[in-house]
Design a protein around this ligand. Structure first.
Ligand code: UGA
Length: 441
């Protein structure tokens, strides 16, 4: 199928590359000329395991093109994917839809053959129906357009796998024509056994925000238990393991720690609350505000643990923060809990050195006043305290005996419950962690 993709950001670049990998002819349009040039030359503007290799192989096949020209992307295409961002509005909780609307209008203005516009961006429920209403008003001589919604569930760090082997596909459609188009474009995955659900536009939009809300709720649930464990001398890691054995609960997304960040979960639960309010159903999701608060409190808790260790005096303390990305295997620092903690300690007067295997450049752009260190050992040298804030694999391999010789004081705050606390304690470290009231007995 001949496809256009609007937006060469995280979602668009990966979706387009995977669609071309599946055999479609894909042209991606983005207004960011340097990004278009970079991707066209086979280089990625962000870190994602396996992406650069797949991008280069797919570009070599000739089925994937990046361009700044909307006309070039849209011309002759039967399906147009909208993959642009829907960030949080400045000063409000709601999603900013200006990029979705701009992409939609650009497609409508440029189409020369009949086709389907498929939204993948996360939008407030009701958006697709509204856009579908706009295309239905087109003149009889214009090429016929359908609108469908196909929410995206890929995770940063495992995006290729999530796109090529998804748990499920969801098609929001309002006609048999667009249902047929959706099953055709994903025919390879469907033939490979990927389950798919065809539904109306509103339900498809809801699936995405409900899924992210559920995941955020699960994380904040275990972090709320961590708060209780801290005051009850109980252990949230053992609690989580014991809960996870129950099939109905499951162990995934039940890791207590510094909580969720990134460009999706925090803004999606806020946008969902805002939309529910507009629809007169604010009470139904008022718990999401609590989920958000629990999540924010974890960041404050790390600051208070460090503050207690230093008797409230951060001034001149050397603190190494391990991790800047919002999660491992990503260089994304949007709403990163790790950077939030690092920046807060810096503002309180500490001298903070941040290490991250991939996210330093992005972190520096966001918080230029923090000190960044490319070497893990240099970051920890002469530290009064180490905070593990993002659980990158390489941090699990740190030898506590070796690092004890590097630091000024062997004090560890494991904000992700990622390390072997017994081993670190036996190696002479004072260990603090979230939800481990047991450590303070
Ligand atoms: C999330 C969803 O998982 C994807 O399905 C969705 O497609 C994506 O948002 C999106 O809306 O585009 P992502 O933001 O890449 O994906 O990251 P997650 O793996 O969901 O992690 C989110 C945050 O939760 C991270 O900060 C992570 O450290 C934290 N987390 C995760 C925990 O604190 N505890 C856990 O047990 C799991």
């Amino acid at each position: 199928m001949r496809i256009s993709v609007f937006g060469a950001g995280y979602l668009g670049a990966i979706h387009a590359t995977c669609m071309a990998h599946l055999g479609h002819d894909v042209t991606v349009c983005d207004v960011d000329a340097p990004k278009v040039a970079l991707l066209s030359s086979g280089h990625t503007p962000f870190f994602e395991p396996g992406f650069e290799e797949l991008l280069q192989a797919t570009l070599a096949s000739g089925r994937l093109v990046f361009t700044g020209s909307a006309d070039e992307a849209v011309r002759g295409a039967e399906m147009h994917f909208i993959c642009v961002g829907t960030p949080q509005q400045q000063g409000a909780d709601a999603a900013d839809l200006r990029y979705v609307e701009a992409a939609f209008n650009t497609i409508v203005d440029n189409v020369d053959v009949s086709g389907t516009i498929v939204g993948k961006s996360t939008v407030p429920v009701g958006t697709a129906q509204r856009l579908a209403g706009l295309v239905s008003e087109r003149g009889e001589d214009d090429p016929h357009l359908e609108v469908a919604w196909n929410p995206e569930f890929l995770r940063e760090g495992t995006a290729i796998q999530d796109t090529l082997n998804p748990d499920r596909l969801v098609f929001g459609v309002d006609s048999q024509t667009s249902e047929k188009a959706m099953t055709e474009v994903y025919a390879k995955l469907i033939n490979d056994g990927t389950p798919y659900i065809t539904t109306d536009l509103a339900t498809a939009e809801m699936v995405k925000v409900a899924a992210n809300s559920f995941l955020a709720t699960k994380i904040s649930f275990i972090n709320a238990m961590a708060e209780i464990c801290e005051v009850a001398s109980a252990d949230v890691v053992t609690l989580s393991r014991a809960l996870g054995y129950d099939d109905r609960i499951g162990s995934k997304f039940l890791n207590a720690g510094l909580g969720f960040g990134g460009g999706c979960l925090p803004k999606d639960i806020r946008a969902f609350s805002a939309r529910a309010g507009e629809l007169g159903a604010a009470d139904a999701v008022s718990f999401l505000r609590e989920i958000d608060k629990i999540n924010q409190r974890r960041r404050e808790r790390v600051i208070s643990i460090v503050g207690n260790i230093f008797h409230g005096d951060f001034l001149g303390r050397h603190i190494a923060v391990l991790g800047a990305a919002f999660k491992p295997n990503s260089d994304d620092v949007r709403d990163s809990p790790a950077l939030n903690v690092a920046a807060t300690m810096h503002l309180k007067g500490a001298s903070v050195c941040v290490h991250d295997p991939q996210a330093i450049d992005n972190a520096r752009r966001m918080f230029p006043t923090l000190t960044y260190c490319g070497s893990l050992k240099d970051a920890c040298r002469d530290a009064d305290l180490i905070v593990l804030a993002t659980e990158w694999g390489e941090y699990r391999n740190i030898d506590p005996n070796e690092f004890r010789a590097l630091v000024r004081q062997p004090i560890l705050v494991d904000a992700r419950n990622a390390l072997d606390h017994n081993y670190w304690s036996e190696s002479g470290w004072q260990v603090h962690a979230l939800g481990r009231g047991v450590l303070n007995r």
